[in-house]
Design a protein around this ligand. Structure first.
Ligand code: ATP
Ligand code: MG
Length: 390
């Protein structure tokens, strides 16, 4: 029996972005996601995209698993292909859905007929197939409101498709339909979640990570690469810059008032990230900040950090509780990596009493002690190491 995957795309009623562009980008992203699984053919047809193995050999379990992480897909389903003839449709449904229907208590049949020459109308197809399945699965009953299994038959131009329940897709919009942004990625829980959330809105990711050897180790950096690898399963490949940050941090420690250490450091992070972001044609920065989580994330502190950047800063976790962020990090499988205990540059030289009600003019004044900041920033940018994480 021939089996294919049917894709229902997500937010198509998009202002500005036409359906064709959206679908073309989606298909390109699906191809990339399926690259290691086999060669697939894609056919746009009405509001669905059909995906089939080019040689009929590819493992569809693996394919579905990969496609579940592709943004822009609202729902997907596997379907059996049947001849356009009622007896063939019945036989296919019986064989193809045997297991699903055996485990169910209730079901219903929905039929769609785009080929108007097919002799039965949609309600007749549904009634006839429903009656047939009831006669074969005696334990089943019909529930039109909340069935365990919805059997769908679509009669199209060349074939009929028979399928069981839909599988939920990743939602969102295809990556790279919304431009690019640079995410400031630490080894923590929040920033990978922030990266995932913006990729979900169709944004292509670039990443910036600040490392302060010898205060931070090679292992901390590897952890960040692992996190990005997990995010890349959703976002596609991520260009990442690892920025040497030690000199700036030591400068801040030696010259600035302790209560402002973290804020000044975060402002330099924003400035450097912005320079790298612009190099990569990014139109925004992304951070994992959430109001009130730590002293550097009070609304006063965030105001000071924000002012260091001219690009818009997206903070998708801003109104979320830690528990909510953790739930997402578990879903995207970054949590276990994030909680490995390596030093982040944010945790070196932390002030004992950080300023929580910081005023921008005070921070800027405190920053003046860093008279060679411009030069250190330029050096950090020049020495940033660039790699691509897949
Ligand atoms: P996370 O869990 O993402 O580390 P956090 O709650 O620990 O966040 P902070 O350490 O204050 O918060 O960092 C706030 C944000 O600053 C992070 O979400 C991230 O976007 C950015 N950030 C922190 N440390 C780094 C770093 N070493 N390199 C790049 N960005 C960083
Ligand atoms: Mg952190």
């Amino acid at each position: 029996m021939k089996e294919i995957i049917l894709i229902k795309n997500g937010e198509l009623v998009l202002k500005g972005l036409n359906r064709n562009t959206f679908e073309d980008v989606l298909i390109k992203n699906m191809k990339k996601a399926l690259r290691d699984i086999g060669e697939f053919e894609f056919t746009k047809s009405q509001s669905t995209i059909m995906v089939e193995s080019a040689d009929g050999e590819a493992d569809l379990d693996d394919a579905v698993d990969a496609l579940k992480r592709v943004f822009g897909i609202a729902a997907l389903s596997r379907a059996a292909v049947a001849e356009k003839e009622m007896n063939a449709i019945k036989a296919t449904a019986l064989e193809y859905l045997r297991e699903e229907l055996s485990l169910a208590k209730t079901f219903k049949v929905e039929a769609k007929r785009s080929d108007k020459k097919f002799p039965l109308k949609s309600p007749e197809i549904a009634r006839e197939l429903g009656g047939f399945l009831l006669s074969k699965f005696r334990h089943l009953s019909v529930d039109v409101h909340e069935p365990d299994v919805t059997v769908t038959v679509e009669v199209r131009d060349n074939y009929a498709f028979v399928r069981g329940n839909n599988i939920k897709g990743a939602g969102g919009m295809p990556v790279s339909t919304s431009g690019r942004a640079a995410v400031l990625i630490s080894g923590g829980i929040d920033s990978p979640v922030a990266a995932y959330m913006m990729a979900k809105r169709g944004i292509e990711l670039v990443a910036v990570h600040f490392a302060s050897p010898p205060y931070t180790t090679e292992l901390a950096e590897q952890k960040v690469m692992q996190l990005l690898h997990k995010v890349a399963r959703y976002s596609g490949p991520i260009t990442v810059y690892v920025v040497p940050f030690t000199k700036l941090q030591e400068g801040i420690r030696d010259k600035c008032p302790e209560e402002y250490f973290t804020l000044i450091m975060r402002r330099y992070m924003m400035k450097i990230s912005e320079i790298l972001a612009r190099k990569q044609n990014c139109s925004a920065l992304i951070t994992g900040e959430s109001v009130g989580q730590v002293a550097s994330q009070t609304i006063y502190a965030l105001g000071c950090t924000d002012a260091a950047a001219t690009l818009p800063v997206f903070r998708p976790c801003i109104g979320m509780d830690k528990e909510e962020i953790i739930a997402i990090s578990r879903k995207i499988d970054t949590f276990e990596t994030s909680i490995q205990p390596y030093e982040d540059c944010c945790t070196v030289f932390t002030p004992r009493h950080p300023k929580t009600r910081a005023k921008l003019e005070d921070v800027v004044a405190a920053e003046q002690a860093m008279e060679n900041a411009e030069e250190l920033i330029r050096e950090a940018v020049e020495n940033a190491r660039r790699t691509v994480v897949k």
